[in-house]
Ligand binder design. Sequence first.
Ligand code: ASP
Ligand code: MG
Length: 325
Amino acid sequence: MAEATEATDAVVIPKPLGDLSEAELLRKRQIGKVSTETLRYLTDAFVSEGFDWLLPVVFSKSTDPLWPDPGASIEKRVETEIYGETVRTTLSMIIHKLVACSTAYPRLFILSPNVRIEKRERGATGWHAYEFTQLDFEIRDAGSNDVRRLVEDAVVGLITHLKKRTKGELVSLGRHSTIEAPARPFRLYDRQSLSAEYGEGWEASLPRDIRGPVWVTNIPREFYDFEDLSSGAWDNYDLFVPKYGEILSGARREWEFDKISSKMERDGVRKENYTLLLKLAREGRLKPSAGAGIGVERLVSWITGAKHVGEVQPFPKVPGTVYDL
Ligand code: ASP
Ligand code: MG
């Protein structure tokens, strides 16, 4: 997922479970129920579509460089040494997805914890957490349209499901009448035209102007997103929702060794941290694919009208604050 979004109105820094009043605990339980049904619906949908459900990992030599990404704001990268080797906590499982999808699991998804130690001022955006969960998926031989249609179906199906299964909770959270299953296909904007309209702050401005989820494509970022080097266009996409901002990032992927290698050199990404990926690409074993990661807590924040993304986390991880749990 991309990073930058400004404050939603009335950001309230979430409190830990032990400090909540009875009324706040009730709200926490209601959001928890919507979150549970969201996970039930989405995991069922992916399994029914023939996806394999992989379990996440915490430490790896390779992880998402999160660079270059115009929205990234990482204060610290968590690296440690085990068995004499440097490993990193998962920033995203994009590298694992590319390898897994090219080898044993052509259609896969993972509910993966991402540790991104955001700059502390991002605690006030209401939209960043320094640990969060992505529903990350990847499909071999797929293109951007395949992924966008799949996500649109999932979002529409999810909202329809939640409005029935969690009606009481959504009514009491004040969202049952305001959240609607959107019409498909969702509108698609090019990042260049958004920059022309709003300037560089388009990521913060766009959510104020839209009425339903919209796609943004052609965002320059990490080496693994597909870039047409002749036109300079990026075949990637983010999903933005009203008021809140970006809840999903994804792309068609690069798979050719020469391109990946030269993009890493261009971006100053250290090749020694991507040995396996580069080896597979060099041997022609990396396969074309497309995929995306849904920010689970952000999705649930939008659906429930949360005052802070940490409010939908049982154990909030708000940038700048270290909690007991
Ligand atoms: N999950 C994202 C993807 O599939 C990567 C990210 O976390 O930004 O592209
Ligand atoms: Mg990203």
